[in-house]
Ligand binder design. Structure first.
Ligand SMILES: [Cu+2]
Length: 570
């Protein structure tokens, strides 16, 4: 078992080394592209020529001077100020397991930023870490100068430096924030927190809880040490060559439920497929699952009373999808990615699959006499650690027994709610019609995750103009999940696998595209700036699955210094 672990870690080490090298090269080319404004994408942008007079976006952000990147409060707008200190600390993540983590304000997750719709938010970031960091406001449609992608919107905030992020919180919902500097490392180490914008009229909510999901390695320091030694011992080759013993799939067997609900099916992966090997290694190495930075017995129970209207906000800050189950309760999925779902109806005993970067908000009225556990049903290996106790204070004191049945239907987002009120349709014409094909490659050049066959530094910038209507077709041609995240905009899902959305118009900023799936989405180019889209499995982003997006009619006030090599936007 120990030797298998070492083999596993050695292979992971190789991957880490490849990622680092590729990342460095990519940054240079990316910044060069952004500076030169070159590399047009070939799209049917004929209509662009007639659009240049359209400079006022139909968005809540008209107050901002985009051209200068200036953001300021409206007259009389309430200002809410926060300070987030990026700092290292030790976290008891699981009973008896204390690991070093990177945090905003000393906790994982970082301090929750909770404001009210209409507030003006100022957040001062102070960096006391030994590496540069940023804050990206995931999903929030703010001014791109505040989007926190280093080398694109700002320089990463170096050790000892401060940076003030500010934006008008005009769009209510559940969002989150995290470092966008070397995300696959820094988010992994704990640099994230929730951003909750409560609506002005929030209706009757008695209890409001935020749950941020994540996965960790029990002893990353020791494992990193082993990995480095093993990597040297194996010749330091970067490629993901299988290291002989590939027959040990027994060690990879999921220990709990096998629902087959997406994610990767570890029992059927092909041996000698470096992409699948890598996925399996990580599935095994990330052996602690947490809710709000705590695993298993340490997960804090929530206290409710019968009749309470409860809102649960689930955010996935990790790299794996989790299938959340709220047993026996009539629940509504009231929003996803911060956007309300029109005509949300009751469902019961369905699995809500939450992919990296996604948010799902659930509401229910407590009717249960018994305490129960919110738990996970999917093919992940360590689900027994992911159980949130719900204590019904005026219940009968018993706890709902663990169910025998583990197969529940998967909640279907594209067939939920009442039709409306979407802005876009499949049969209209779009100014930009762009195919986004997602692939994974493992060969003698290493492991790469690609968009249209290219990694980040090879990909042309996607060029938009303010007012463009934009259609993306996401197609996953690989064997692994890709939760695709678009910065600065919400897109409407139009169809999945050729079948039009039949429920409410679903607006999202992060969309899980499973192997073989095809989604058509649309959005309005209403937020001029510099943005990216990327896979929110951040190891995939780091290995190439990321693309720059630029409004041609946008004049940024930030220019990356080509001499700086410390901005690492993925
Ligand atoms: Cu991916």
């Amino acid at each position: 078992m120990r030797s298998r672990l070492n083999t596993v870690l050695a292979i992971i080490a190789s991957v880490v080394i490849v990622f680092s090298v590729v990342t460095f090269q990519r940054n240079q080319a990316f910044m060069e592209n952004m500076r030169m404004g070159q590399n047009d994408v070939n799209t049917n942008t004929d209509m662009n020529q007639g659009n240049s007079e359209n400079t006022v976006p139909s968005s809540p952000f008209n107050n901002h001077d985009y051209a200068k990147g200036i953001v300021k409060p409206r007259d009389g707008q309430p200002v809410k100020r926060f300070t987030l200190v990026a700092q290292e600390t030790n976290l008891e993540i699981k009973e008896g397991v204390i690991i070093p983590v990177w945090t905003y304000n000393g906790t994982v997750p970082g301090e929750e930023i909770r404001v009210t719709e209409g507030d003006y938010v100022q957040v001062e970031l102070k960096n006391t870490l030994t590496e540069p960091v940023t804050i990206h406001w995931h999903g929030y449609p703010l001014n791109s100068a505040m989007d926190g992608v280093p080398g694109l919107n700002q320089d990463a905030v170096r050790p000892g430096e401060t940076f003030v992020y500010e934006f008008s919180a005009d769009v209510p919902g559940t969002y989150w924030y995290h470092s966008h500097q070397e995300g696959s490392k820094q988010v992994d180490k704990g640099l994230y927190g929730a951003l909750i914008v409560e609506p002005k009229n929030k209706g009757k909510i008695d209890k409001d809880y935020t749950f941020i999901l994540d996965e960790w390695m029990e002893n990353p320091m020791e494992e990193m040490g082993n990995m480095n030694m093993e990597a040297e011992g194996s010749g330091g080759h970067g490629a993901m060559e299988p290291q002989g013993d590939t027959g040990g799939h027994g060690a990879m067997e999921p220990q709990g439920d096998v629902g087959g609900h997406g994610g990767m099916d570890m029992s059927t992966s092909e041996e000698n497929d470096p992409v699948m090997e890598e996925e399996e290694m990580m599935a095994y190495a990330y052996d602690i699952y947490t809710v709000n930075g705590k695993s298993g017995e340490l997960i804090k129970p929530i206290d409710v009373k019968k009749g309470d209207v409860v809102r649960l906000r689930f955010i996935n800050a990790g790299y794996r999808s989790h299938g959340i189950h709220i047993p026996g309760q009539d629940i509504k999925i009231v929003s996803t990615d911060g956007q309300d779902i029109y005509g949300a109806d009751f469902i019961k005993d369905q699995i809500i699959q939450i992919a990296p970067g996604e948010r799902y908000d659930v509401e229910f009225t407590v009717t249960s006499d018994e305490n129960f556990f919110i738990d996970a049903h999917d093919d992940n290996a360590y689900n027994d650690q992911l159980q949130i106790p719900v204590i019904v204070a005026d219940g009968n004191g018993t706890t709902r027994p663990e169910e025998e049945i583990v197969e529940y239907p998967l909640f279907n987002l594209v067939n939920y709610g009442a039709p409306g009120p979407g802005k876009f349709t499949l049969d209209q014409t779009y100014d930009i019609d762009y195919m986004v094909q997602l692939d994974a490659l493992g060969d003698d050049k290493g492991l790469r995750y690609t968009i249209n066959g290219k990694i980040f530094n090879e990909l042309p910038l996607l060029k938009l103009r303010t007012g463009n209507t934009v259609k993306f077709t996401y197609f996953n041609n690989s064997k692994v999940d890709h939760p695709m995240h678009l910065h600065g905009h919400f897109f409407q899902i139009l169809s999945k696998n050729g079948i039009p959305v039949s429920g409410a118009a679903i607006m999202k900023d992060t969309l899980l595209v499973k192997p073989g799936e095809k989604y058509v989405v649309a959005f309005e180019a209403d937020n001029p700036g510099r943005w990216v889209q990327h896979c929110h499995e951040l190891h995939h982003a780091a290995a190439g699955m990321m693309q720059g997006i630029e409004y041609e009619d946008f004049v940024p006030n930030y220019t990356a210094n080509p001499q700086d090599t410390y901005n690492k936007p993925e």
